[in-house]
Design a protein around this ligand. Structure first.
Ligand SMILES: Cc1cc2nc3c(=O)[nH]c(=O)nc-3n(C[C@H](O)[C@H](O)[C@H](O)COP(=O)(O)OP(=O)(O)OC[C@H]3O[C@@H](n4cnc5c(N)ncnc54)[C@H](O)[C@@H]3O)c2cc1C
Length: 433
């Protein structure tokens, strides 16, 4: 058995994008063949990290399957690296991906439309543009939606004034332009939600890259994190970096010390915490509590908490037949809600569907995730893990991955920043290329 140091392990993940299920399953299933597009029909709802990957790998594992991907937008804007846009390091074009390769190279039929209803009994979905699609299997990867009713004063319209920017696109542009127009000496608030939510380290990477921008262009400004939680992902690493790179510019207030917000007054850019006085800021990035994307709710695919229970071996819904749910919307054991996790789950799900439709045994899956965060352009940190199935639940493989070490030389952080960029190139190529 070859032993890998953590550093080598994350470098490998950064360079190759994924070593997950595909390593095993691709070999087993790659030999499937058949007449292109004459076999069973699989409809995939949502062309993000989960849906795009699943559509592509269904076709790679068995080219006879007819795969239709329904996505409401013409192209996909990634949340990963959207924080670099907020920090003025990259532009929107650099995080935008088309579906041309899925259409032209992989034989996926891509429909730009919105699924408005799922009929599990009739095995069909309804499209906003008119008409229906019938399926033999349905894969749903709609990402997240927000629980607007969970905070007083918050609704969809308030995100024009206090953007969430937790779905990349117009919201990213709104928040960036607010930061650009803010005067030097201004106060920015980021208010992250309680768990579970998409991308656990995301708010803290965002704080870092916004302050990296402020430090250069508006150095008298401050950023306040009013957190609903008492601890957060990679906390020790982030806080050490903030002290080194941005002394005195970022203040984090934990939930039980007054970070938890119960009311939002968007018009006056004021947040009301459960403990202490209301806080007003020049720019507020309020990230609302979350649940599975809207489409799964009416279809009876969610539990009481608003997320989708699945068989964690195949991602088949435990509530409705012939439907699989992957990505952020699913309950995937110990895996975080991340793009890499969605990509890894998508391959396992594609393999499970191909096995099931072909009447073959599904190999044992493995799953992988790495979340890189940039604290500055040349300062990266990460958390990585490999997962396996144990008693029907996805669990971490003991000793796999881990978080970046504390107190390492600048060169180590520079390398991790480089792996982060390599990871982005390879995962977007894997999903959309
Ligand atoms: C700021 C930020 C930074 C992040 N950074 C990272 C990172 O560095 N690494 C990482 O791994 N993850 C990161 N993530 C998390 C990552 O973006 C998500 O976990 C990932 O996108 C989930 O994939 P998904 O397929 O479940 O959903 P998505 O990628 O959101 O895709 C869902 C798609 O479904 C479409 N859709 C929804 N409903 C319908 C419908 N009814 N009809 C048609 N289309 C529909 C949507 O338009 C969307 O395109 C970050 C997230 C944020 C917010």
């Amino acid at each position: 058995m070859i032993k890998l140091s953590r550093r080598k392990f994350i470098r490998l993940l950064g360079a190759t994008g994924t070593v997950s299920a595909l390593g095993t399953l691709g070999v087993t299933l790659g030999g499937c063949s058949g007449k292109p597009g004459a076999g069973p029909r699989v409809v995939v709802v949502g062309g993000g990290f989960g849906g795009a990957t699943c559509a592509k790998y269904l076709r790679r594992f068995n080219p006879s399957i007819q795969v239709t991907l329904v996505e409401r937008n013409a192209s996909f804007v990634t949340c990963p690296f959207s924080n670099t846009v907020l920090g003025g390091l990259q532009d929107m074009d650099s995080i935008q991906h088309s579906y041309d390769a899925l259409r032209m190279q992989h034989g996926v039929k891509v429909l730009q439309d919105q699924v408005t209803a799922i009929d599990p009994a009739g095995n069909r979905v309804t499209l906003q543009g008119g008409g229906e699609l019938e399926y033999d299997r349905l894969v749903v990867s709609p990402g997240i939606d927000f629980r607007w009713d969970s905070i007083e004063g918050l609704d969809e319209s308030t995100s024009d004034t206090i953007p969430h920017a937790w779905k990349a696109g117009p919201q990213t542009i709104t928040l960036r332009s607010q930061l650009e127009t803010m005067a030097d000496g201004g106060v920015v608030i980021i208010a992250p939600p309680d768990n579970p939510f998409r991308c656990p380290p995301g708010p803290y990477e965002r704080a870092s890259l916004i302050v990296n921008y402020l430090k250069t262009y508006k150095p008298r400004s401050k950023l306040l994190i009013l957190d609903a939680k008492d601890k957060f992902s990679k906390q020790g690493l982030f806080m050490q970096a903030w002290e080194q790179l941005y002394p005195g510019m970022i203040e984090w207030v934990k939930g039980s010390d007054g970070g938890k917000i119960y009311r939002v007054d968007a018009a006056n850019r004021t947040l009301h915490p459960e403990i202490g006085d209301p806080v007003t800021a020049d720019v507020i990035n309020f990230i609302p509590p979350q649940q599975a994307g809207a489409i799964v709710h009416a279809a009876g695919l969610v539990n009481a908490d608003g997320w989708c229970p699945v068989d964690q071996r195949t991602f088949a819904s435990t509530l409705q037949p012939n439907i699989h749910v992957i990505g952020d919307a699913s309950i995937a054991g110990k895996m975080p809600k991340s793009g890499f996790a969605a990509n890894s789950q998508a391959k396992v799900c594609a393999a499970a569907i191909v096995s099931e439709l072909g009447g073959t045994a599904m190999p044992d899956p493995s799953y992988v995730n790495t979340c890189y965060s940039l604290v500055a352009p040349d300062y990266g940190i990460s958390v990585a893990a490999v997962y396996r199935l144990q008693d029907g639940k996805i669990v971490k493989v003991e000793g796999s991955g881990g978080v970046s070490p504390m107190d390492v030389p600048a060169e180590y952080r520079r390398d991790e920043a480089r792996y982060a960029r390599g990871w982005y190139q390879s995962i977007t190529q894997d999903a959309f290329g």
